[in-house]
Design a protein around this ligand. Structure first.
Ligand SMILES: Cc1cc2nc3c(=O)[nH]c(=O)nc-3n(C[C@H](O)[C@H](O)[C@H](O)COP(=O)(O)OP(=O)(O)OC[C@H]3O[C@@H](n4cnc5c(N)ncnc54)[C@H](O)[C@@H]3O)c2cc1C
Length: 289
């Protein structure tokens, strides 16, 4: 099917884009990588009167590494993160996760911020943002504001973004030095969305867990941080029994969707397996015997 007719506007600055969004409000949609929006337009599940294409706005395509955080501009593509060249545990996680986001042509166009704006429950980037407590930066008619990931996701494909607002970037806190990362995903075919996915960032000190974050994708209507499992691990020696207990806790605290091809119980089992696998891999990567 072809998209319904819409007006197209390609601003060259954030204020210009915001002014247009403010004027047209809910009748407009932002176009970033277009890898989800164009499908919606073609199926006519979205029929905006105006599409605001932000691809000509300069200054939104950079990944900036700062002292305590990494800033990802609104036009940073998945592929940029797949090849993140900076030396940081977060870059390691980007490099592990990105190959699981769709296919190479989609990764060349689709954006990290666009994934957070679209808010698919299976999105790996949404789970990463949730696990690390990202700040989603918005510009709107009332000025800039930042929304923390735990207030951003409101449900499947629903966020705190107002129709007249533009996501300009995402700020991710940098994990402490010495943190190791592990990611695991279960999906039906190469390039398809995750049936379930898990990621772990973990730092050991004196053979005990000093810092840990666990993110889950497709474990509920929104991405989850497995806080109960993290609490079980904090300050403890990472013995196999404890890792299994933490993994079981993460799965028990999840609320995965029940679908004919992947019932909730199956997804819960997959989540426990994935979390346990990530924890074991992370511990192994710390070099602890
Ligand atoms: C075959 C296929 C497989 C895929 N597999 C995966 C997968 O495994 N994992 C995964 O996470 N994703 C997957 N995707 C989705 C892909 O990653 C998209 O690129 C991404 O979800 C959306 O990013 P985008 O830049 O393309 O956004 P767009 O398609 O341009 O926009 C998506 C939505 O977000 C809004 N939006 C985008 N940017 C902004 C902004 N800056 N401010 C405000 N609103 C904004 C748009 O208005 C629109 O509603 C897949 C897509 C396809 C087609």
């Amino acid at each position: 099917m072809k998209p319904a007719q819409f007006h197209y506007f390609a601003p060259t600055s954030v204020p210009e884009a915001v002014a247009m969004l403010a004027e047209r409000g809910p009748d407009s949609r932002v176009l970033a990588g277009g890898q989800s929006l164009l499908i919606e337009l073609r199926y006519r599940s979205a029929r905006p009167a105006l599409v605001v294409d932000i691809n000509r706005i300069p200054g939104l395509s950079e990944v900036t590494v700062e002292d305590g955080s990494v800033h990802v501009g609104a036009l940073v593509r998945h592929a940029q993160l797949e090849h993140a060249g900076f030396d940081d545990p977060l870059a390691e996680l980007f490099r592990q996760v990105a190959p699981y986001v769709a296919h190479p042509p989609i990764r060349a166009r689709g954006t990290f911020a666009g994934s957070l704006a679209w808010a698919h429950p299976a999105s790996e980037w949404c789970a990463l943002a949730m696990a690390l407590g990202a700040g989603i930066e918005l510009e709107g008619p009332a000025g800039p504001r930042t929304v923390r990931a735990d207030s951003w996701f409101r449900g499947p494909f629903a966020t705190a973004c107002l129709p007249q607002e533009l996501v300009t970037g995402v700020r991710l806190p940098r994990p402490p030095a010495g943190t190791v990362a592990a990611f695991a995903e279960h999906r039906r075919t190469h390039g398809s969305f995750a049936l379930a996915a898990a990621m772990v960032m973990l730092r050991l000190g004196q053979d005990r867990v000093q810092w840990v974050r666990i993110g889950l994708a497709n474990a509920a209507g929104v991405p989850l941080r497995a806080i109960g499992a993290e609490s079980l691990l904090m300050g403890e020696r990472p013995e196999p029994e404890l890792l299994a207990e933490a993994a079981a806790r993460a799965a028990a605290d999840a609320d995965p969707p029940d679908e004919p091809h992947a019932p909730a119980a199956y997804r819960r089992h997959a989540l426990a397996t994935l979390v346990r696998r990530c924890l074991a891999r992370a511990i192994e990567n710390t070099g602890t015997p």
